[in-house]
Design a protein around this ligand. Structure first.
Ligand code: CTP
Length: 408
């Protein structure tokens, strides 16, 4: 997560500039704010309007514009950022940076900055391997510029080799590695379950639910950001895999339980999955066919294993902190308090999933955290913020528990 981080993205003129649009989206998803400087050549590949729409900010390109300078001078642009990201970094812009030129707004900002700089080169393979570029990159590395990529691969110019700009998620991972240093969960192993499960009725039909996996995936990402070694056991979801997390994909509750036990996370387990409570007692091996005139087939159900309860009662294999979720539509807190005792977990994150709240599949969540100490009502937050706050609480709890143990 990159909450509150401010990225100044410099987009130079290369075909890879189209990937910068996705990069902006992914940075904003993680809570960063992004402001763009677009070079004249960059504007031949992406329009200022696209960047403006994605950043929800104006785009800076003209050093000699009175409005640009009075609203946001080149010094202020870098002062207001935590990190400058050059993506794509073309051979030309790298040469101008190495030479200390200040011949446009991008080069001037890069010369005037005292902030860390990350460059994602993108160019033809011959330009990347040319002695001039090699020397420029060496010079910039010595001055503290960090590089991500380029990757090997087919290029727009029909050649193959190093020169392709890194994928947006690789650039995001490099940004996170530079900006997120505090890793209180380093050395801890965490399991997160997320998404729905699917219980087969026959080879083509299943029972499932509306869970999107957004909250569980955000928690996995937040724990990883704080340094934990995270295994995310996920049912079928459309949300992308979080970076820096081991993802195990499953379909049924039985598979989710097996993968969760297999993960062997002895420090933290967060069960955010909406596990189907029942499965077909006898799933058909072939497709169930309609019989003319016959009544619809009766569905006989059998209970699924309870993953949260199993982990909570796993004896020596029990994770030190087990956190469950309670999706409720009425008496949210009372039901969740009861669920905490019934399931034997340490904490419960309770949320109201009535259709009117838009929680299922939505971006926001209003939760109550139920711990051994009582009930906390959290304000309405984005799912990323809920995840970060929960991960922070988990880190604090484990640190305090560690201190207590050391004192005993
Ligand atoms: N859970 C689980 N395995 C199950 C059912 C639920 O691990 N088979 C976990 C969920 O991941 C969540 C918590 O248990 O952390 C509560 O899930 P919820 O569906 O709200 O509760 P239920 O157990 O279904 O209870 P109820 O039917 O009373 O709402």
């Amino acid at each position: 997560m990159l909450h509150g981080k401010r990225i100044l993205l410099i987009v130079a003129g290369g075909i890879a500039a189209f990937k910068s649009l996705d990069l902006i989206r992914r940075l904003r998803e993680r809570g960063a704010s992004v402001r763009c400087v677009l070079t004249e050549a960059g504007a031949k590949f992406v329009t200022p309007l696209s960047l403006q729409a994605l950043t929800e900010d104006r785009v800076y390109s003209d050093m000699f514009s009175l409005t640009d300078e009075s609203e946001m001078g080149h010094i202020q642009l870098s002062r207001d950022a935590d990190l400058l990201v050059v993506a794509p970094a073309t051979a030309n812009l790298l040469a101008r940076m190495a030479g200390g030129l200040a011949d446009d707004l991008a080069a001037t900002v890069l010369l005037a900055t005292d902030k860390p700089v990350l460059a994602a080169p993108a160019m033809n393979v011959r330009m990347w391997t040319h002695a001039a570029t090699v020397a420029n990159v060496e010079t910039l590395k010595k001055r503290g510029v960090t590089f991500v990529g380029p990757n090997d691969g087919a290029m727009a110019c029909n050649e193959f080799g190093p020169g392709r700009m890194s994928e947006p998620l690789e650039i995001v991972a490099a940004i996170e590695a530079m900006l997120v240093r505090d890793r209180p969960l380093a050395g801890r192993r965490a399991l997160v379950t997320s998404g729905p499960t699917r219980e087969a009725l026959d080879p083509v039909r299943f029972i499932s639910n509306h869970s999107s996996g957004k909250q569980g995936h955000a928690i996995a990402a937040a724990l990883a950001e704080l340094g934990a070694d995270v295994t995310l056991v996920s049912g079928p979801v459309a949300v992308p895999d979080p970076t820096g997390v081991k993802v195990v994909r499953v379909e049924s509750a039985d598979q989710m339980l097996a993968a969760s036990l297999e993960a062997g996370a002895l420090d933290i387990a967060v069960c955010a999955a909406a596990v189907a409570d029942w499965k077909a007692a006898r799933p058909a091996t072939g497709k169930i066919k309609k019989q003319a005139g016959a009544p619809p087939p009766a569905l006989e159900l059998a209970p699924n294993p309870d993953i949260l309860a199993t982990l909570s009662k796993a004896g020596p294999r029990r994770p030190a902190l087990v956190v469950g979720f309670a999706a409720e539509t009425e008496n949210v807190v009372a039901n969740a308090v009861d669920k905490r005792t019934r399931k034997g977990c340490d904490w419960i994150v309770a949320n109201d999933v009535s259709p009117a709240t838009g929680t299922f599949g939505g971006e926001r969540n209003t939760v109550h955290l139920i711990t051994e100490a009582g009930v906390e009502d959290w304000p309405p937050l984005g799912k990323g913020d809920v995840a970060m706050r929960l991960a922070g609480r988990i880190a604090l709890h484990l640190a305090q528990a560690g201190k207590k143990q050391a004192a005993e």
